[in-house]
Design a protein around this ligand. Structure first.
Ligand SMILES: *[C@@H]1O[C@H](CO)[C@@H](O)[C@H](O)[C@H]1NC(C)=O
Ligand SMILES: *[C@@H]1O[C@H](CO)[C@@H](O)[C@H](O)[C@H]1NC(C)=O
Ligand SMILES: *[C@@H]1O[C@H](CO)[C@@H](O)[C@H](O)[C@H]1NC(C)=O
Length: 524
């Protein structure tokens, strides 16, 4: 009896009293879940219990996991991998054939409709949940401490507002675009709107472009999502609630951003930066890869991966890439799914999947050929590996343009990629030392922080849980009408007052002068 008791006491002394909280997670399906899952797993390992909401046809989110309990809502989610694969291959086709602007436009419209459909489905999911009183009561009774959600869709925001719970965002994009623009002052004179590919030093014409881009984008976002979320907000929260103000009222914004890579801009006290939070030191490679990599000798090796969505490149493009690689003295590990290009050199290894982080952290790595997705970019920065980018969809070109602006990357457009210019870009980045030196400088800056980005993120999530929100860090700006926000009313008032004063002074002066003049006349 004595033994178990002492061990229990020991345990109590060693393990701090578990302040395990409860967190409700409403993720954004697809690649965003890859990042969210990291937070979910870490929170779970700290003794919190998590409930993750998913739809019956979820694309990435499994219904069983040791890290969370899934709450499956029996509706179709509208996220569709097939569509995105099809979309990517259409984009490549259009870019390569330099097809008409019309083809490009109609593809973009198709994408917009797809997004609109997706948000409609999110709203249906929410209605389905709100209308199920048993479910809502059980969520109420579960007494969650916070809702962790991705503002890429409005589901978590509506749910949190309904349940009156604090909101923590795992953010980069809201339903209205880049997240800072939702809450922080964003002067368009030096803050480029992503994904415009502009920098923080704009010429007059670029500033014009930035403003026009801003206006058209905001219009597009509202057109795509506005109707769905307005109707939902009207139905459950009444006419006085603007759906976007629910986003702006979030307690905490964890942003997957690091200013090593981003242009500096105004921010807010409730924004916490955790760019690169998924990066970690490299682990040893599997034997066959280690052997291949070691065989590269002093030349080192290159890896190429275009992400999960770009399954197979068109055959002619793959031929050009293979031919360019074949002429290099380096070894190449290429993540490629399509058929084997005939020009493939014996220095190139084709694989289905690569341990990307471990390869990027290997001492013999020389270069990363990438598409410009966030994770790849932060891993490249973390390990200090320069990049040759082949941007394909969404904001990848914008991501890469920022790397270019820092002198750590070259990009090759897919529309004019051939063996000569692809090889030229690779040779340039390999042989011109500035690319590597600049990237290693970014890496040193990125790693020089008081706390790992992941630990910072976890601290702040728990902060919100401990204090039932973080309203003291949030500005009230989002409650102001636009004319108060920009002090237009104050300006009008002051100008009117000044005008009146001037008018009165002038009138008085005229009156006095006339009086003096009359008296003078009389005296004469
Ligand atoms: C409502 O929610 C409960 C609890 O999650 C579930 O068992 C039930 O099937 C739901 N009802 C409908 C109509 O989906
Ligand atoms: C690879 O190809 C080069 C040139 O074609 C040749 O010299 C070399 O022996 C080949 N290496 C192997 C391992 O086949
Ligand atoms: C880079 O591009 C991806 C899309 O592929 C996007 O989700 C991500 O937010 C971008 N990263 C940054 C840091 O802008």
């Amino acid at each position: 009896m004595a033994l178990p008791l002492t061990s229990i006491i020991c345990l109590l002394l060693v393990v701090p009293a578990s302040q395990g909280g409860r967190i409700l997670v409403f993720p954004h399906d697809g690649s965003h879940w890859v990042n969210m899952r990291i937070l979910v797993e870490e929170l779970n390992s700290r003794g919190h219990s998590l409930t993750v909401i998913r739809t019956a046809d979820s694309w990435y989110i499994t219904d069983t996991s040791p890290y969370y309990s899934a709450l499956t809502i029996d509706v179709k989610g509208g996220g569709n991998e097939e569509f995105f694969r099809h979309f990517v291959s259409q984009v490549i086709k259009i870019k390569k054939s330099k097809a008409s602007a019309w083809a490009q436009f109609s593809l973009n419209m198709e994408l917009k409709n797809r997004f609109s459909y997706f948000h409609e489905k999110v709203c249906e999911t929410i209605v389905y949940m709100f209308e199920n009183t048993t479910l809502m009561r059980s969520l109420q009774e579960a007494k969650y401490d916070a809702v962790l959600t991705d503002p890429g869709n409005g589901g978590g925001v509506f749910l949190a507002h309904y349940l009156r719970l604090p909101i923590v965002f795992n953010a980069r994009w809201t339903v209205h675009g880049e997240a800072h623009f939702a809450i922080a002052p964003s002067p368009l004179s030096y803050v480029p709107l992503p994904p415009s590919e502009l920098t923080d030093r704009m010429t007059f014409l670029e500033r014009v472009r930035n403003v026009i881009y801003y206006i058209t984008r905001m219009h597009l976002y509202k057109q795509t999502v506005g109707a769905h979320y307005s109707a939902l907000s009207m139905r459950y929260f009444g006419p006085n609630v603007d759906y976007f103000s629910l986003f702006q009222a979030a307690d905490l914004w964890l942003m997957r951003v690091d200013f090593v890579f981003e242009f500096p801009r105004p921010t807010m006290p409730n924004v916490v930066y955790m760019g690169g939070f998924q990066c970690k030191p490299a682990k040893p490679l599997p034997d066959h890869l280690e052997e291949f990599v070691q065989s590269s000798g002093e030349h080192g090796f290159i890896i190429m991966s275009l992400g999960t969505l770009i399954a197979d490149l068109p055959a002619d493009l793959a031929e050009e890439i293979a031919a360019a690689f074949a002429e290099l003295p380096q070894k190449v590990i290429w993540r490629h799914k399509g058929s084997r290009p005939s020009a493939l050199g014996n220095n190139t290894l084709l694989v289905d999947w690569i341990p990307q982080n471990d390869l990027l952290g290997h001492p013999k790595i020389r270069l990363f050929v990438a598409h410009g997705g966030t994770n790849g970019i932060y891993e490249a920065i973390y390990h200090g590996v320069p990049v040759v980018g082949i941007p394909i969809i969404f904001d990848q070109a914008d991501n890469l343009s920022r790397l270019r602006a820092k002198g750590v990357a070259r990009t090759v457009e897919i529309s004019d990629l051939d063996r000569t210019n692809f090889q030229e870009a690779i040779q340039d980045v390999l042989n011109e030392p500035s690319y590597r030196m600049n990237m290693q400088r970014l890496s040193r800056l990125h790693r020089d922080t008081p706390m790992r980005p992941l630990d910072t993120a976890l601290f702040w999530i728990e902060f919100v849980m401990r204090h039932k929100g973080a309203a003291h860090l949030r500005t009230e700006s989002y409650k102001l009408p636009w004319y108060s926000y920009h002090s237009v009313d104050v300006m009008v008032f002051l100008l009117t007052a000044a005008g009146l004063l001037m008018f009165l002074t002038f009138g008085l002066l005229c009156f006095c002068l006339r009086l003096c003049f009359k008296r003078k006349q009389k005296n004469e």
